[in-house]
Design a protein around this ligand. Structure first.
Ligand SMILES: [Zn+2]
Length: 379
Protein backbone atom coordinates (compact mmCIF):
# COMPACT_ATOMS: atom_id res chain seq x y z
CA UNK A 1 0.00 0.00 0.00
CA UNK A 2 2.84 2.33 -0.64
CA UNK A 3 3.61 4.50 -3.60
CA UNK A 4 7.02 5.61 -4.73
CA UNK A 5 6.62 9.19 -5.74
CA UNK A 6 10.02 10.33 -6.88
CA UNK A 7 12.93 7.95 -6.88
CA UNK A 8 14.39 8.94 -10.23
CA UNK A 9 18.15 9.38 -10.04
CA UNK A 10 19.41 12.78 -11.10
CA UNK A 11 22.59 13.64 -12.87
CA UNK A 12 25.29 14.77 -10.49
CA UNK A 13 25.92 18.01 -12.33
CA UNK A 14 22.33 19.08 -12.32
CA UNK A 15 21.99 18.28 -8.65
CA UNK A 16 25.04 20.34 -7.81
CA UNK A 17 23.72 23.29 -9.73
CA UNK A 18 20.39 22.88 -8.11
CA UNK A 19 21.90 22.75 -4.65
CA UNK A 20 23.88 25.90 -5.19
CA UNK A 21 20.90 27.83 -6.39
CA UNK A 22 18.42 26.37 -4.01
CA UNK A 23 20.57 26.84 -0.96
CA UNK A 24 20.76 30.52 -1.69
CA UNK A 25 16.97 30.67 -1.66
CA UNK A 26 16.73 28.24 1.17
CA UNK A 27 14.81 30.16 3.74
CA UNK A 28 12.10 31.11 1.31
CA UNK A 29 11.50 27.87 -0.42
CA UNK A 30 13.10 24.77 0.98
CA UNK A 31 11.72 24.91 4.45
CA UNK A 32 8.30 25.05 2.95
CA UNK A 33 8.80 22.11 0.63
CA UNK A 34 11.16 19.85 2.47
CA UNK A 35 9.72 20.07 5.93
CA UNK A 36 6.80 18.20 4.48
CA UNK A 37 8.65 14.93 4.56
CA UNK A 38 9.44 14.63 8.21
CA UNK A 39 8.61 17.89 9.90
CA UNK A 40 12.18 19.04 10.39
CA UNK A 41 14.55 17.28 8.02
CA UNK A 42 15.80 18.93 4.91
CA UNK A 43 16.95 17.36 1.70
CA UNK A 44 20.45 17.48 3.14
CA UNK A 45 19.53 14.93 5.75
CA UNK A 46 19.68 14.83 9.49
CA UNK A 47 21.43 17.56 11.34
CA UNK A 48 20.45 20.61 9.36
CA UNK A 49 17.02 20.87 10.99
CA UNK A 50 15.71 23.39 8.52
CA UNK A 51 18.36 25.98 9.38
CA UNK A 52 21.07 27.05 7.03
CA UNK A 53 23.64 29.73 7.80
CA UNK A 54 25.25 31.61 4.88
CA UNK A 55 28.77 30.42 5.73
CA UNK A 56 27.53 26.86 6.07
CA UNK A 57 25.91 27.10 2.68
CA UNK A 58 29.09 28.27 1.02
CA UNK A 59 31.19 25.58 2.66
CA UNK A 60 28.74 22.91 1.65
CA UNK A 61 28.66 24.13 -1.93
CA UNK A 62 32.45 24.33 -2.14
CA UNK A 63 32.79 20.86 -0.68
CA UNK A 64 30.43 19.49 -3.27
CA UNK A 65 32.22 21.23 -6.10
CA UNK A 66 35.79 20.34 -5.17
CA UNK A 67 35.17 16.68 -4.48
CA UNK A 68 34.44 15.26 -7.92
CA UNK A 69 33.17 11.88 -6.76
CA UNK A 70 30.88 13.23 -4.13
CA UNK A 71 27.58 11.51 -4.47
CA UNK A 72 24.70 13.81 -3.71
CA UNK A 73 22.06 12.40 -1.49
CA UNK A 74 19.10 11.12 -3.33
CA UNK A 75 15.97 13.01 -2.64
CA UNK A 76 14.15 11.28 0.15
CA UNK A 77 11.42 9.10 -1.27
CA UNK A 78 8.00 10.18 -0.20
CA UNK A 79 5.68 7.37 0.68
CA UNK A 80 1.96 7.45 1.07
CA UNK A 81 0.81 5.10 3.75
CA UNK A 82 -1.69 4.89 6.56
CA UNK A 83 0.85 4.53 9.34
CA UNK A 84 1.20 8.25 9.95
CA UNK A 85 -0.36 11.58 9.00
CA UNK A 86 0.93 13.27 5.87
CA UNK A 87 1.45 16.78 4.60
CA UNK A 88 -0.49 18.24 1.70
CA UNK A 89 2.17 17.61 -0.95
CA UNK A 90 2.29 13.90 -0.14
CA UNK A 91 -1.51 13.67 -0.30
CA UNK A 92 -1.61 15.48 -3.63
CA UNK A 93 1.25 13.45 -5.08
CA UNK A 94 -0.66 10.32 -4.04
CA UNK A 95 -3.80 11.22 -5.99
CA UNK A 96 -1.74 12.47 -8.94
CA UNK A 97 -0.02 9.10 -9.01
CA UNK A 98 -3.36 7.29 -8.95
CA UNK A 99 -4.37 9.31 -11.99
CA UNK A 100 -1.09 8.48 -13.74
CA UNK A 101 -1.24 4.76 -12.92
CA UNK A 102 -4.99 4.25 -13.45
CA UNK A 103 -5.91 6.73 -16.17
CA UNK A 104 -8.95 4.75 -17.30
CA UNK A 105 -10.81 5.43 -14.06
CA UNK A 106 -9.01 8.33 -12.33
CA UNK A 107 -9.08 12.04 -13.02
CA UNK A 108 -7.60 14.73 -10.81
CA UNK A 109 -8.95 18.25 -11.14
CA UNK A 110 -8.45 21.45 -9.22
CA UNK A 111 -11.93 22.55 -8.19
CA UNK A 112 -10.82 25.85 -6.74
CA UNK A 113 -8.09 27.78 -4.99
CA UNK A 114 -7.92 28.37 -1.28
CA UNK A 115 -7.68 31.83 0.25
CA UNK A 116 -3.89 31.57 0.21
CA UNK A 117 -3.87 30.25 -3.35
CA UNK A 118 -3.39 26.53 -2.77
CA UNK A 119 -5.09 24.08 -5.10
CA UNK A 120 -8.19 22.32 -3.84
CA UNK A 121 -7.74 19.02 -5.63
CA UNK A 122 -10.39 16.42 -6.30
CA UNK A 123 -9.91 12.84 -7.42
CA UNK A 124 -12.75 11.48 -9.51
CA UNK A 125 -12.98 7.71 -9.81
CA UNK A 126 -15.38 6.51 -12.45
CA UNK A 127 -15.90 3.95 -15.20
CA UNK A 128 -17.61 6.76 -17.16
CA UNK A 129 -20.89 4.92 -17.45
CA UNK A 130 -23.53 7.51 -18.36
CA UNK A 131 -26.10 6.01 -15.99
CA UNK A 132 -23.90 6.41 -12.89
CA UNK A 133 -24.98 8.40 -9.88
CA UNK A 134 -22.44 10.43 -7.94
CA UNK A 135 -20.89 10.27 -4.48
CA UNK A 136 -19.18 13.17 -2.72
CA UNK A 137 -16.53 12.54 -0.06
CA UNK A 138 -14.49 15.23 1.66
CA UNK A 139 -11.94 15.38 4.45
CA UNK A 140 -10.31 18.13 6.48
CA UNK A 141 -12.88 20.86 6.05
CA UNK A 142 -11.79 21.26 9.68
CA UNK A 143 -8.05 20.87 9.31
CA UNK A 144 -7.16 19.70 12.81
CA UNK A 145 -9.23 16.57 12.12
CA UNK A 146 -6.29 14.82 10.45
CA UNK A 147 -7.80 11.34 10.62
CA UNK A 148 -10.42 12.42 8.08
CA UNK A 149 -7.85 12.92 5.33
CA UNK A 150 -6.24 9.59 6.18
CA UNK A 151 -9.60 7.81 5.92
CA UNK A 152 -10.62 9.56 2.72
CA UNK A 153 -7.33 8.74 0.98
CA UNK A 154 -7.66 5.15 2.14
CA UNK A 155 -11.11 4.93 0.57
CA UNK A 156 -9.63 6.29 -2.67
CA UNK A 157 -6.82 3.74 -2.56
CA UNK A 158 -9.15 0.78 -2.01
CA UNK A 159 -11.55 1.94 -4.70
CA UNK A 160 -8.91 2.47 -7.35
CA UNK A 161 -6.78 -0.60 -6.73
CA UNK A 162 -9.73 -2.99 -6.47
CA UNK A 163 -12.18 -1.27 -8.77
CA UNK A 164 -12.88 -4.18 -11.07
CA UNK A 165 -13.48 -6.58 -8.20
CA UNK A 166 -15.88 -4.36 -6.30
CA UNK A 167 -19.64 -4.74 -6.31
CA UNK A 168 -21.93 -3.07 -8.77
CA UNK A 169 -23.20 -0.67 -6.12
CA UNK A 170 -19.65 0.69 -5.89
CA UNK A 171 -18.73 0.74 -9.58
CA UNK A 172 -22.01 2.33 -10.68
CA UNK A 173 -21.01 5.53 -8.86
CA UNK A 174 -18.84 8.48 -9.88
CA UNK A 175 -16.72 9.04 -6.78
CA UNK A 176 -15.72 12.63 -6.13
CA UNK A 177 -13.07 12.64 -3.42
CA UNK A 178 -11.59 15.81 -1.95
CA UNK A 179 -8.99 14.69 0.58
CA UNK A 180 -8.21 18.16 1.92
CA UNK A 181 -11.01 20.65 1.49
CA UNK A 182 -9.25 23.28 3.56
CA UNK A 183 -5.62 23.09 2.43
CA UNK A 184 -4.51 26.37 4.03
CA UNK A 185 -5.81 25.30 7.39
CA UNK A 186 -4.39 21.81 6.94
CA UNK A 187 -0.89 23.14 6.35
CA UNK A 188 -1.32 25.60 9.21
CA UNK A 189 -2.07 22.74 11.62
CA UNK A 190 1.25 21.22 10.61
CA UNK A 191 3.32 24.39 10.78
CA UNK A 192 1.79 26.65 13.42
CA UNK A 193 -1.22 25.52 15.40
CA UNK A 194 -2.24 21.86 15.63
CA UNK A 195 -5.69 22.86 16.91
CA UNK A 196 -6.65 25.23 14.07
CA UNK A 197 -10.26 24.69 12.86
CA UNK A 198 -11.04 27.42 10.35
CA UNK A 199 -9.66 28.51 6.99
CA UNK A 200 -7.10 31.34 6.73
CA UNK A 201 -9.23 34.21 5.48
CA UNK A 202 -8.80 37.51 7.26
CA UNK A 203 -11.77 39.61 8.37
CA UNK A 204 -11.48 42.63 10.61
CA UNK A 205 -7.93 41.66 11.43
CA UNK A 206 -8.92 38.17 12.62
CA UNK A 207 -8.10 34.92 10.89
CA UNK A 208 -10.44 32.22 9.80
CA UNK A 209 -13.97 31.31 8.82
CA UNK A 210 -15.47 28.05 10.05
CA UNK A 211 -16.17 26.56 6.63
CA UNK A 212 -18.78 24.22 8.06
CA UNK A 213 -20.85 27.25 9.06
CA UNK A 214 -20.41 29.08 5.73
CA UNK A 215 -22.89 27.17 3.55
CA UNK A 216 -26.10 28.93 2.64
CA UNK A 217 -28.91 26.81 3.99
CA UNK A 218 -29.82 27.93 7.50
CA UNK A 219 -26.78 30.25 7.49
CA UNK A 220 -26.80 32.46 10.56
CA UNK A 221 -29.86 30.81 12.10
CA UNK A 222 -30.25 30.53 15.86
CA UNK A 223 -27.81 33.34 16.58
CA UNK A 224 -24.84 32.41 18.68
CA UNK A 225 -26.13 28.89 19.21
CA UNK A 226 -25.61 27.83 15.59
CA UNK A 227 -22.54 29.84 14.61
CA UNK A 228 -20.87 33.15 15.40
CA UNK A 229 -20.81 36.54 13.72
CA UNK A 230 -17.56 37.40 15.46
CA UNK A 231 -14.45 36.91 13.30
CA UNK A 232 -12.38 35.93 16.31
CA UNK A 233 -14.80 33.13 17.23
CA UNK A 234 -13.94 29.53 16.39
CA UNK A 235 -17.41 29.12 14.83
CA UNK A 236 -17.27 32.33 12.75
CA UNK A 237 -19.64 31.86 9.82
CA UNK A 238 -18.08 34.47 7.54
CA UNK A 239 -19.60 37.72 6.27
CA UNK A 240 -21.98 35.98 3.85
CA UNK A 241 -22.94 32.47 2.71
CA UNK A 242 -20.26 31.06 0.42
CA UNK A 243 -17.98 34.01 1.11
CA UNK A 244 -15.07 31.55 1.13
CA UNK A 245 -13.51 30.00 -1.99
CA UNK A 246 -13.34 26.58 -0.34
CA UNK A 247 -17.10 26.35 0.22
CA UNK A 248 -17.85 27.95 -3.16
CA UNK A 249 -15.74 25.21 -4.78
CA UNK A 250 -17.97 22.54 -3.23
CA UNK A 251 -21.11 24.31 -4.37
CA UNK A 252 -19.90 24.89 -7.92
CA UNK A 253 -18.59 21.35 -8.38
CA UNK A 254 -21.75 19.67 -7.16
CA UNK A 255 -24.21 21.97 -8.89
CA UNK A 256 -22.17 21.78 -12.10
CA UNK A 257 -22.00 17.98 -12.15
CA UNK A 258 -23.53 16.08 -15.03
CA UNK A 259 -24.22 12.96 -12.97
CA UNK A 260 -26.78 13.37 -10.20
CA UNK A 261 -25.38 13.18 -6.68
CA UNK A 262 -26.95 10.56 -4.48
CA UNK A 263 -24.55 10.48 -1.53
CA UNK A 264 -22.67 13.23 0.32
CA UNK A 265 -20.26 12.18 3.07
CA UNK A 266 -18.31 14.84 4.91
CA UNK A 267 -15.77 13.48 7.36
CA UNK A 268 -15.04 14.99 10.75
CA UNK A 269 -13.70 13.89 14.09
CA UNK A 270 -13.82 13.08 16.97
CA UNK A 271 -17.30 12.24 18.32
CA UNK A 272 -17.76 8.74 16.82
CA UNK A 273 -21.10 9.66 15.30
CA UNK A 274 -23.00 9.31 12.06
CA UNK A 275 -25.22 12.36 11.76
CA UNK A 276 -27.55 13.81 9.16
CA UNK A 277 -29.81 16.88 8.71
CA UNK A 278 -30.92 18.98 10.24
CA UNK A 279 -28.34 20.94 12.16
CA UNK A 280 -30.03 24.30 11.82
CA UNK A 281 -33.32 23.26 13.43
CA UNK A 282 -34.52 20.51 15.69
CA UNK A 283 -37.36 19.14 13.58
CA UNK A 284 -36.69 15.89 11.71
CA UNK A 285 -35.76 16.09 8.04
CA UNK A 286 -38.28 14.79 5.47
CA UNK A 287 -36.91 11.27 5.10
CA UNK A 288 -35.55 11.01 8.61
CA UNK A 289 -36.25 7.29 8.93
CA UNK A 290 -34.46 6.42 5.71
CA UNK A 291 -31.41 8.41 6.79
CA UNK A 292 -31.54 6.91 10.26
CA UNK A 293 -31.63 3.42 8.81
CA UNK A 294 -28.73 4.22 6.45
CA UNK A 295 -26.72 5.50 9.39
CA UNK A 296 -27.51 2.32 11.29
CA UNK A 297 -26.26 0.24 8.36
CA UNK A 298 -22.94 2.08 8.54
CA UNK A 299 -22.75 1.82 12.32
CA UNK A 300 -23.35 -1.93 12.19
CA UNK A 301 -20.65 -2.37 9.54
CA UNK A 302 -18.23 -0.43 11.74
CA UNK A 303 -19.08 -2.53 14.77
CA UNK A 304 -18.65 -5.75 12.81
CA UNK A 305 -15.28 -4.57 11.49
CA UNK A 306 -13.59 -3.42 14.68
CA UNK A 307 -16.08 -3.46 17.55
CA UNK A 308 -16.31 0.33 17.67
CA UNK A 309 -19.70 1.85 18.47
CA UNK A 310 -20.76 4.90 16.47
CA UNK A 311 -24.08 6.49 17.40
CA UNK A 312 -26.56 7.64 14.76
CA UNK A 313 -29.01 10.54 14.62
CA UNK A 314 -29.67 14.04 13.40
CA UNK A 315 -27.02 16.71 13.88
CA UNK A 316 -29.10 18.68 16.36
CA UNK A 317 -30.18 15.61 18.33
CA UNK A 318 -26.67 14.15 18.60
CA UNK A 319 -24.66 17.33 19.04
CA UNK A 320 -25.97 20.91 19.03
CA UNK A 321 -27.32 23.55 16.67
CA UNK A 322 -24.94 23.85 13.74
CA UNK A 323 -26.11 26.35 11.13
CA UNK A 324 -24.72 26.75 7.65
CA UNK A 325 -23.28 23.22 7.50
CA UNK A 326 -22.35 21.47 4.29
CA UNK A 327 -24.81 18.62 4.84
CA UNK A 328 -27.83 20.84 5.45
CA UNK A 329 -26.96 22.58 2.16
CA UNK A 330 -26.27 19.35 0.24
CA UNK A 331 -29.55 17.87 1.46
CA UNK A 332 -31.82 20.90 1.03
CA UNK A 333 -30.35 22.80 -1.91
CA UNK A 334 -28.29 20.26 -3.86
CA UNK A 335 -31.03 17.67 -3.21
CA UNK A 336 -28.59 14.93 -2.28
CA UNK A 337 -30.83 12.46 -0.46
CA UNK A 338 -28.12 10.71 1.56
CA UNK A 339 -26.18 13.52 3.23
CA UNK A 340 -24.14 12.64 6.30
CA UNK A 341 -21.38 13.89 8.50
CA UNK A 342 -19.30 11.06 9.85
CA UNK A 343 -17.51 11.95 13.06
CA UNK A 344 -14.57 9.58 13.30
CA UNK A 345 -12.52 8.55 16.34
CA UNK A 346 -11.80 9.33 18.98
CA UNK A 347 -13.58 10.53 22.09
CA UNK A 348 -10.59 9.33 24.08
CA UNK A 349 -7.85 11.15 22.19
CA UNK A 350 -9.96 13.93 20.67
CA UNK A 351 -8.21 15.45 17.63
CA UNK A 352 -4.90 13.77 18.39
CA UNK A 353 -5.79 10.24 17.38
CA UNK A 354 -2.52 8.26 17.65
CA UNK A 355 -1.12 7.20 14.32
CA UNK A 356 -1.29 3.54 15.28
CA UNK A 357 -5.09 3.87 15.23
CA UNK A 358 -5.24 5.19 11.67
CA UNK A 359 -5.33 1.83 9.92
CA UNK A 360 -8.18 0.30 11.88
CA UNK A 361 -10.20 3.49 11.59
CA UNK A 362 -9.74 3.31 7.82
CA UNK A 363 -10.84 -0.32 7.76
CA UNK A 364 -14.01 0.26 9.75
CA UNK A 365 -15.04 3.25 7.65
CA UNK A 366 -14.36 1.53 4.35
CA UNK A 367 -16.63 -1.28 5.54
CA UNK A 368 -19.31 1.29 6.41
CA UNK A 369 -19.09 2.97 3.02
CA UNK A 370 -19.13 -0.33 1.16
CA UNK A 371 -22.26 -1.59 2.94
CA UNK A 372 -23.94 1.79 2.67
CA UNK A 373 -23.69 1.80 -1.13
CA UNK A 374 -25.75 -1.38 -1.27
CA UNK A 375 -28.34 0.31 0.93
CA UNK A 376 -28.69 3.47 -1.15
CA UNK A 377 -29.26 1.38 -4.27
CA UNK A 378 -32.14 -0.51 -2.64
CA UNK A 379 -34.91 1.89 -3.47
ZN1 LIG B 1 -15.25 18.96 12.17
Amino acid sequence: MSVVIDSRPRKVGSVLRKNIVVEGEYEDKDIETDKTESGTQTRFGKGSKGKCSPSGMIQKCIKQIIIPNHKPKKRKIKLMDWKKYHRLNVIYAFIDDLERDYPAICTVTTIGKSVEGRDIKMLKISNSNASNTAVWIDGSIHPREWITTAVVTYIADVLVKNFHNLSNSITNKDWHIVPVLNPDGYEYTHTHDRMWRKNRACYEGEYGVDLNRNFSYGWGNNGDEGSSEEPNNVFYRGPAPFSEPETAAVRDTILGSTSPFKVFLSFHSYFELIIFPWGFKKEPCPNYLRLLEGGAIMARAIYNATGMTYKVGSTKDMTYYACGTSIDWSYAIAKIPYSYMIELRSKKHKFRLPKDKIAETCVEIWSAVEHFMDYVDQE
